[in-house]
Design a protein around this ligand. Sequence first.
Ligand code: SAM
Length: 244
Amino acid sequence: MRIDIVTIFPEMVEPVVRCSMLARGQQAGVLQIHTVDLRQFTHDRHRTTDDAPFGGGAGMVMKPEPFFEAVEALREQAGWVPARIVVTTPQGRLFNQRMAVEFAQVPHLILLCGHYEGIDERVCQYLATDEVSIGDYVLTGGELPALVIADAVARLVPGVLGNPESLQQDSFVDGLLAPPQYTRPAEYRGYRVPDVLLSGHHAQIARWRRLQRLLRTRERRPDLWQKVQLTPEDLKLLREAEEG
Ligand code: SAM
């Protein structure tokens, strides 16, 4: 998979994509991440990427031409394989695990980072396939959202994670949060790890984990809980937990 992050601040993006699992995926040859300097696609002496808004008002707006030219050049470089072209914006669809799975299906993901008052609307309307927000708050630029999206997508690409089975145990994969996890020491400052996890009894551990996932989701995320399809075994686990 190829991910291109188009930005006027490549120095903000570059160190992050050279670390940890993103670096590992690139070394393994299953992932390419390119940080693309938007200014490469300007033609004036000052390499201008923004201008005053039509209609007046405060701030600057990012010009459409460099984005159109950057996306065309990147798609050509990638051989016009199917692509998702994502504008980062607080006005977009809220990013979630389902969207990460969708984006991980295409071979080419292009993430466009805005600044100032945002990007000229024609980029959103006629160039982008998606407008995505990472939450209901406003950041100064699209680099952090682009990195959030790239990271969530990259870890789904086969070969990026050392232990791909762990993907099946993640929060949101089947609509539930993940269970609590513990590691050594079994007791720390008097705080003990639940006995069942030390029992070596795999069936009991699996039942305990399932119950924790149900209880956590019900308590912390009523929005997810509403959509959970409880199995007869889940109902039994919850009943037993309530009866103590
Ligand atoms: N004036 C815009 C508005 O109120 O909708 C906000 C522009 S913001 C200051 C500048 C850039 O940061 C945006 O173009 C976008 O790329 C990025 N950005 C800020 N908050 C974001 C969020 N929650 N999700 C995704 N991108 C965001």
